[in-house]
Design a protein around this ligand. Structure first.
Ligand SMILES: [Zn+2]
Length: 398
């Protein structure tokens, strides 16, 4: 065991509370609160978790401790200097709990046209107005400092899920070089006091924390090399990127199984953009601590509810006179109060409350699943929980 002198306070801490196989229950200490892991982080793309008020995110049935903001979207609109002038993203949106921002890389690669990637960064046209923009590790760090998020993500290149070996290797190597540049610029910005979200709590340094990202598509040897090179740069936490981008589910599980367990044991592990309730449980079983995904709110807006017996499509005529809640096993505010019949009526009538209520239930359901996952790990019953949970969601809604 390597001994390191703790001369300066850390930006972020993670400690293990219990293990069950590879599944870990822990405490993530951030400058804005202590977060129990494994944790699901609702996505607030444009500074809003779509359709869900912040009071509801904080309410007991949901109790989100950390949410995401998207650097790409907030950079284009309203712009980092506007957010900085308004006191950083926490103040701007009215959320004092923890925030993580992505690097903008994934959105550039998935949303924009006319991308040109070179060593320096990515040139692309804004999906809003066609304006020519340039994003690099340095720009991403500057934007994330202006947003003042508590956890910053290094700028990476996300190759397509089916990337061949050559393309995946080139992309992984570029990501490794960009990780070093991200870390360098990030440290300069912290030293210069550019972080708009500084906050002292939990004996931490009060600075932003930064996570590195492992790439390499479906190639396990490239993934291992990417992990080694990312750890060599040194980050506060480590993420697995480039999954849930259209690859087979077995591929995703294989990559996570290969990469999460050898990640530094005293650092949080974050699987980006994943996933369904079954993905969360399956990837916790493979050693992941943190997740984010747009599914609860996106599918909620489209009339789909996640329940303990699988997915429920509220448009289905069979619910038209059904007095039962979306999920009889759910204690969320929506399930305590409203029937499937009412929710279907709202959806069919085009009432925006329909999407709002389904989004709330879905988020509450995801966060409750993670609560139960944590309890199961801490009581040594995760294996049984996992089996029963998967049986439940594949049993079908009645
Ligand atoms: Zn519910």
């Amino acid at each position: 065991m390597e001994l390191r002198a703790q001369t300066t306070a850390q930006a972020l801490g993670w400690e293990l509370l219990a293990r069950d196989g590879e599944a870990r229950a822990g405490l993530l200490r951030t400058r804005r609160g202590v977060i129990e892991t494994p944790v699901f982080m609702p996505v607030g793309t444009l500074g809003s978790v779509k359709g869900v008020r912040f009071e509801e995110l904080e309410a007991a049935d949901t109790d989100a401790r950390i949410i995401l903001g998207n650097t790409y979207h907030l950079w284009l609109r309203p712009g980092p200097e506007t957010v900085r002038a308004l006191g950083g993203l926490h103040r701007f949106i009215g959320w004092e709990r923890a925030l993580l921002t992505d690097s903008g890389g994934f959105q550039v690669f998935s949303l924009s046209d006319l991308r040109r990637v070179n060593e320096e960064g990515v040139e692309f046209r804004s999906h809003l107005d066609g304006r020519l923009c340039f994003l690099s590790p340095e720009v991403s760090m500057e934007v994330q400092a202006a947003l003042g998020s508590d956890i910053v993500m290094a700028f990476d290149e996300c190759p397509p899920g089916e990337a061949g070996r050559e393309q995946a290797r080139a992309s992984m190597e570029l990501t490794a070089r960009w990780a070093r540049r991200s870390r360098g610029r990030f440290d300069e910005l912290q030293a210069a006091g550019a972080d708009a979200g500084r906050a002292g709590e939990n004996g931490l340094s009060g600075r932003q924390a930064i996570f590195g990202i492992v790439q390499g598509a479906a190639h396990l040897d490239l993934r291992r090399e990417s992990l080694a090179r990312t750890v060599e740069v040194g980050f506060d936490g480590y993420a697995i990127g480039g999954l849930s981008v259209g690859e087979e589910k077995a591929v995703m599980y294989a990559v996570v199984e290969e990469i999460a367990p050898p990640m530094p044991p005293d650092r949080p592990r974050y699987l980006m953009g994943v996933g369904t309730p079954e993905d969360l449980v399956e990837c916790v079983a493979r050693g992941v601590d943190m997740f984010d995904c747009v599914l609860p709110t996106r599918n909620g807006r489209n009339g789909q509810a996640f329940t303990s017996r699988g997915r429920l499509n509220i448009k289905n005529a069979r619910w038209a006179a059904d007095p039962r809640p979306l999920d009889e096993a759910c204690a969320c505010a929506v399930c305590r109060r409203h029937s499937r019949a009412y929710l279907r009526h709202l959806y069919m009538a085009g009432e925006m409350l329909g999407g709002v209520l389904l989004s709330h239930h879905n988020l509450a359901s995801f966060l409750d699943t993670m609560r139960r996952v944590r309890q199961a790990i801490r009581s040594g019953e995760f294996t049984r929980f996992r089996r029963e949970f998967l049986e439940g969601i594949s049993s079908g809604v009645e």
